[in-house]
Design a protein around this ligand. Structure first.
Ligand code: PAF
Length: 295
């Protein structure tokens, strides 16, 4: 496993792998602080691709000034040790100046999809995500890139980005990985106090409520959202930011649930920590992994 810090080196390794060895490249883009969710992506990349690259880059452009960029957990040594066990070929861990050189002034915006839900709560977030992924895809030139269903809106934005700008990269979205308590793995779980960590599995319980009332025949989007919200509010440590019941392809809010796949997503605060989670209802069109529907 080689750790690469320079864009030029990453570019030439990737060129060599593709040209001389005719091997497929899988990229798992991360911001480090790796957990089981990331590792499930790495495992799948390893299974599918000849060469696996994991990028570790805490991207300043996707954090608002009030966000946690400075305090975001960083531990490259620990991440490297973890990835060594997964037979990863390259870690690409560039410094900020490598990705955003002096006078950097080009940004990528996926309009519409980026403005709802997380985009409304965190203006500019998906512009930062789309910009850094465009750069990473251009440097690494992956055949496949791997994302988690936990960041469902991000997965939709990335799929749209890749389609619209004709990247030669297939986006693979894999199911959310959860702790035994039901809490989805997230690097931000590290911020939770002991009490908040005990409270946070309410998110999974609330989503399970959505699944069960949907299975019982509830088709009113607003009522479904209210039931989810009520379940969250049974937990005093939880402060709901939003509960959304939306079309899983477009993220348009749904009043009436028909035969389209539905994404129920939520953002909830526990003290200073903001967590997101989601579930897909009506998975008929969502493929064997139960991951996000293809556009
Ligand atoms: O999901 C993340 O960790 C980040 O948004 C990503 C995709 C690595 C882009 O910085």
């Amino acid at each position: 496993m080689e750790i690469i810090n320079r864009t030029q080196r990453m570019r030439s390794v990737s060129r060599k792998v593709r040209r001389e060895q005719d091997r497929t490249i899988g990229l798992v883009p991360t911001m480090g602080a790796l957990h089981e969710g990331h590792l499930s992506l790495v495992r799948e990349a390893r299974r599918m691709c000849d060469t696996v690259v994991v990028s570790i880059f805490v991207n300043p452009k996707q954090f608002a000034p009030t966000d946690d960029f400075q305090t975001y957990p960083r531990d490259l040594t620990k991440d490297t040790m973890l990835l060594a066990d997964y037979n990863v070929d390259y870690i690409f861990a560039p410094a900020v100046e490598e990705i955003y050189p002096k006078n950097f002034s080009t940004h990528v915006e996926v309009e519409g999809l980026s403005d709802q839900l997380e985009g409304a709560a965190r203006p500019g977030h998906f512009r930062g995500v789309a910009t850094v992924l465009t750069i990473l895809f251009n440097i690494v030139r992956p055949d496949f890139a791997y994302f988690g269903q936990k960041d469902a809106q991000q997965a939709l934005v990335v799929r749209r980005l890749v389609r619209d700008l004709a990247f030669d990269t297939e986006i693979v979205v894999l199911p959310t990985v959860r702790e035994e308590s039901g809490l989805a793995y997230s690097s931000r779980n590290a911020y939770l106090s002991e009490g908040e960590r005990k409270a946070a599995p309410v998110l999974r319980r609330a989503l399970a409520r959505a699944e069960s009332v949907y299975a019982e025949g509830e088709r009113n989007g607003r009522r479904l959202a209210e039931l989810v919200r009520a379940e969250i509010e049974r937990e005093p440590a939880a402060q709901t930011e939003y509960v959304s019941v939306a079309d899983a392809d477009t993220l348009d809010p749904l009043e009436r649930l028909d035969d389209r796949p539905v994404l129920v997503s939520l953002a909830v605060r526990f003290g200073k920590t903001r967590l997101i989670d989601n579930v897909l209802l009506n998975r008929a069109r969502t493929g064997k992994t139960g991951a996000l529907v293809q556009p």
